[in-house]
Design a binder for this molecule. Structure first.
Ligand SMILES: [Cu+2]
Length: 332
């Protein structure tokens, strides 16, 4: 497993804004190193190299990179505790959903979904939130935290705030804007995944994030387009390469507004389900699982046979309007 927990992330936040909050400074902790070396004692997962042409022309979103892009924050040590600082900027920007449709998104750090934050249970999370999107937003995290850190208070355009809380409990969580109407703020793209790893790391796997989202193109409170990781049909056009017999660990989140629930279905295989990522042992095996809005799970599987295999909600109208992708299993 690569040493992700030591990787710093430079987000486009000015030093002046940073100093204003009195939060300058970086550091790497011995605790983070010790925990990471525990994970390295097991054989690493085999992950195919990224294709060189995975970028969609004319679009700043690259779902192939987002797939395995985990933001471990900037690690600091304060009073014997590991602090993970995340810099998150709300913005407004246009994304090209397909050759015909551009969409005015509200987002975090210029991407839909926002960055996948990752921490270990018991770390202290410090989110430096700056709103440059043009109107009020907030960041509401799922997980356990005090009322004042619940992120339901509007942060006006041009203002910043700090959300700080303990990372608990381990599992797959999420964050999203909680300003009314939430359907609109989430539908415009202000959401992302927040993974809290258990104290003892899960076994090595090819780990990927799949966030399902919907787009209400014509403001009729219904979705016309859907996507995994931001761009409709991206993984159909650019299949995700994985190795035969390699353990795959999907972190799946449903952030589709307006539709009550969707399923996640994988072709030609079965997967182990860890509901909300809250267990270390799977609770069931299936090939289709129902997810209401904000539900999320860890799904594990490996493919026995090479070839291409689709995944999609089995609400086929949703799949056919963009929420569809495929794995390409490479012989090992
Ligand atoms: Cu908002």
């Amino acid at each position: 497993m690569p040493n992700h927990y030591l990787r710093g992330k430079a987000e486009p936040w000015s030093r002046r804004q940073f100093l204003k909050l009195g939060l300058a400074g970086v550091g790497v902790t011995s605790a983070a190193i010790a925990w990471q070396s525990l994970a390295q004692q097991q054989a690493p997962a085999r992950i195919p190299p990224l294709p060189s042409q995975s970028q969609t022309v004319g679009n700043q979103l690259n779902p192939m990179v987002m797939l395995r892009d985990f933001d471990y924050g900037t690690v600091k040590r304060e009073n014997g505790r590991t602090i993970r600082e995340f810099r998150m900027v709300a913005r407004t920007s246009t994304i090209q959903l397909n050759s015909a449709v551009s969409f005015n998104s509200w987002n975090v750090n210029g991407r839909v979904p926002g960055p996948t934050l990752r921490a270990r249970e018991g770390d202290r999370i410090r989110v430096l939130f700056l709103n440059q999107a043009g109107h009020s937003h907030s960041l509401h995290f799922h997980g356990i935290h005090p009322s004042e850190m619940d992120g339901v208070k509007p942060i006006a355009n041009g203002k910043a705030t700090v959300y700080e809380f303990d990372a608990e409990p381990f599992g797959v969580h999420l964050y999203h804007c909680h300003i009314a109407p939430v359907t609109r703020h989430v539908g415009k793209g202000l959401y992302g995944m927040f993974i809290i790893d258990p104290p003892k790391p899960r076994p090595p796997a090819d780990e990927m994030v799949l966030v399902m989202g919907g787009y209400d193109i014509n403001d009729d409170n219904r979705n016309e387009l859907y996507a995994f990781n931001g761009l409709p049909d991206y993984y159909m056009m650019h299949p995700i390469a994985i190795y035969q017999n390699q353990l795959i660990r999907l972190y799946v989140l449903n952030m589709i507004e307006f539709d009550v629930a969707v399923t996640f279905h994988l072709h030609a295989n079965m997967f182990q389900v860890y509901r909300t990522g809250r267990t270390l042992q799977p609770s069931e095996e299936t090939d289709v699982i129902t997810m209401g809005t904000a539900e999320r799970h860890i799904l594990e599987f490996s493919f026995r046979y090479p070839g291409k295999y689709m995944f999609h909600p089995h609400q086929d109208a949703i799949a056919e309007n963009g929420c569809m992708g495929q794995f390409e299993v490479i012989s090992s």
